[in-house]
Design a protein around this ligand. Structure first.
Ligand code: SF4
Length: 114
């Protein structure tokens, strides 16, 4: 089973637009649904916070403290499909940043549950 990390949009989560703590991402990972090709073990769930500056250091800290480096990182569907879009960064830039920093594949989106 692959070890994965999920990055969510904290602004979306905090404002409660139907995300009560992100069971949907966790369900998709557990069942291998949505963008997960097979069941995956979530070893970190990192919440982005506006304007996104601490995300990389928080991800690094999650890796350091857990001692587990994820094999893939998933940007949550709420982050990727946000309307209005994130005013601070493009999803493609965020993806490149994580890929370059940690050397892991980054997948855009987690699930298509409603
Ligand atoms: S910076 Fe963008 S992706 Fe990050 S929490 Fe704010 S709105 Fe969401």
């Amino acid at each position: 089973m692959k070890k994965v990390a999920i990055v969510s949009c904290g602004a979306y989560m905090d404002q409660g637009y139907g995300c009560p703590g992100e069971w949907r991402c966790l369900k998709a990972a557990a069942l291998g649904e949505g963008t997960f090709e097979e069941p995956a073990q979530v070893v970190a769930f990192v919440k982005c916070e506006c304007p996104g500056r601490p995300l990389i250091s928080n991800m690094q800290m999650a890796i350091n403290l857990s001692g587990i480096k994820p094999e893939k990182v998933y940007l949550s569907s709420c982050l990727v499909n946000a309307k209005p879009e994130c005013p601070y960064q493009k999803v493609s830039d965020l993806r490149a940043l994580i890929e370059n920093k940690f050397g892991v594949e980054v997948v855009e989106g987690t699930h298509d549950y409603h």
